[in-house]
Design a protein around this ligand. Sequence first.
Ligand SMILES: O=C(O)CCC(=O)C(=O)O
Length: 276
Amino acid sequence: MNDTLLAQQFATQGYAVAHGMFNTAEVSALTSHYMQLNDARRDQGDTNGLNDGDPLKRYPRMLQMHRWDQMTMQFLMDDRLRVAMTDILGSEPYAVQTMIYFKPPTARGQALHQDQYYLRVEPGTCVAAWLALDDCDEENGCLQVVPGSHQLPVLCTVPADPAQSFTDVTVPVPDGMRAEPVHMRAGDVLFFNGQLIHGSYPNSSTNRFRRSLIGHYVVGEAEKVYKWYHPALRFDGSVMTLGQSQDGSECGVWVERDGTRTVEMRGKTNAVGIAQ
Ligand SMILES: O=C(O)CCC(=O)C(=O)O
């Protein structure tokens, strides 16, 4: 997909895949690097919501590795990501977070959610660059997206199914919309808008990992972001000072008005205990 098509799809659907953005040698170097990091620093992974015997206990996701790992910083600042996102958004974003998901065979997924619920960017929203380190499909728990849901405000959450998800809240799929799997090859990058409802179901395979490396960014007009995401970085690595958005921002609930379902900003989100 060329840059114009990428930007068009991102605008209309809330996400777009850049195929083959990272080559096989890069993917393989990143994969071995994170497998080694898992061996060396597993105890620093995010074990929130993990039960004993959970396959994720051996492979917990890691957060904010760019703060101490050079290879992750290089990924976050990658010029291909900068060019694609600047094209998609119209201005250069700032980088605020990295994550690696290992998602080994039989691991649970992460229930459908909106990243802006956590990042609380003001004004504007966030954007993710989700690099597939393995080919992914429904069997190994590829990402699921709800096309068009990026037009919605941040919605209030309900409890998630703990048999399916290691995180505890979810956003129900709005009437008339549906979650769709995003099939990707290792090296593809999925860009998605922070309002887009997305997540993943369990990895039902017995022998396939579904590893992904993710950079989260905030739009160039952002003035504030939630406390877990400081410092924000420009693509030259320098710090961009942003203010701190507050706990308890508004969230939308669906109501019936004159026979039509519409969202009203009646709810309040909770304080968020950990970056997501
Ligand atoms: O990779 C997943 O399963 C979930 C990732 C995600 O929700 C995110 O990057 O915001």
